[in-house]
Write a protein that binds this ligand. Structure first.
Ligand SMILES: [Fe+2]
Ligand SMILES: [Fe+2]
Length: 221
């Protein structure tokens, strides 16, 4: 439901926000460069701790593709005169540590890669620029591949399919809850910004005018 809602919002709002604010495309592409770089880092952490050599190879393959996705977004930013500043390792949260163990991590990223592939499809249809659309379309196909790879890796490390499916369902619930928290915070921040604009820009000058009138009345001989 949340992914469907996000896809609808991307299709409706992105063309408007890109048309209204000149810097918005660069900001969006910078966020994608950072997100993809972070995904690569998450796979690097998992690669270092994965016990199975065949699954390590899959994780390494995903790691390289995520790094490449990050460079593709960086190129798009630089072509538009922007500059990407990626977070250092200290600023990142390890999903492997957050989820507690390798099977839970694999279930979490397996669920996430499907959401990401769906969202990239929505971005590819919403963006007005051809070069950006092509990048989203190509990356979407590779994210679909990550989704399948990670299911294989999960079943190789955690061979009980019923328990593996339960782990994926749990991961989906956790992702939905986190997306809901992020969405609520964004709505709260937006409402706060609107309220402050009303308070300072609309009501502020009116209050100043009223205050001056009262002051003038009070000091009149
Ligand atoms: Fe990616
Ligand atoms: Fe991915």
């Amino acid at each position: 439901m949340i992914v469907w809602l996000r896809k609808v919002l991307i299709r409706l709002l992105l063309p408007v926000s890109w048309a209204l604010r000149r810097r918005r495309p660069v900001e969006t592409l910078c966020q994608f460069a950072e997100t993809e770089s972070d995904s690569g880092w998450q796979f690097l952490r998992a690669f270092e701790q994965c016990p199975d050599p065949a699954q390590r190879a899959h994780l390494f393959h995903n790691l390289l593709e995520e790094r490449e996705h990050s460079s593709l977004f960086t190129e798009l930013v630089e072509r538009r005169g922007g500059r990407v500043r990626l977070s250092t390792e200290n600023g990142r949260t390890s999903l492997l540590e957050q989820e507690g163990n390798m099977p839970a991590f694999l279930a979490y990223v397996h669920a996430g890669e499907l959401d990401i592939a769906n969202e990239f499809g929505a971005y590819a249809r919403a963006v007005p620029d051809d070069d950006v659309r092509r990048v989203f379309e190509n990356i979407k196909e590779e994210e679909d591949g990550h989704h399948s790879n990670l299911q294989g890796a999960l079943l190789a490390i955690f061979p009980d399919p019923v328990k593996a499916a339960a782990l994926v369902r749990r991961a989906r619930r956790r992702r939905t809850w986190r997306a809901f928290q992020r969405g609520s915070k964004r709505i709260g921040d937006t409402l706060l910004a609107v309220w402050l604009v009303i308070l300072y820009v609309v009501l502020g000058p009116f209050c100043v005018f009223q205050g001056r009138r009262r002051l003038a009345r009070a000091t009149r001989p």
